[in-house]
Write a protein of this length. Sequence first.
Length: 202
Amino acid sequence: MRDALNCKSFDWYLQNIYADLHIPDDLEGYYGALESSFPYAKGYKFCLDYNPPDHQPTRGVLSSYPCHGQGGNQFFEMTAKGEIRYGFGGVNNISLKTLTNIIFSKHLFIKPPFHNHEKELCITINAPDSGPPSPTLKVDACQDINMQLFTFEKDTSKQIKSKTWPDRCLALSNTSKDSNNFPKIVLEPCVDDSSNQKWQFN
């Protein structure tokens, strides 16, 4: 019957109808809130946080904020190629299996387009054309560039290293704070035993 009706596979649907839709890699242990292991003095656990202005998705500041466990502006996903994508609480935050169940559920009809209209956003290193990178990071449109690629040594050092500068690690600063008096998120030389460079997805 499928052949007679010229039915297409779900992969065909994604490639031809929603070709611009990012489907999460759904890698176990590589999505959720990115929590720092740094023992902050006030007893907080800090997570990566991004809260862009309405309709200006790349104008916000990548920062830290006490972990709240609600996803949203603290939801990030690391892809197989090393991007750290910011999730909007929409299709970025669910697995392919869940997405399939939603689309084909006989109890729920979703009129396309059902995904978030904002740009796909990635953590990006501020860096010049040559020389060492800046210690600052931003969130920008995903462009498949080296400045947006990282390696997460999840099972060993727990460091998140730049693929372009593997001696530089994502860190919760223990020396500088932002306008909210929370530690800044920076890129700094890797030190294996630095707890402010250790991260985990929760």
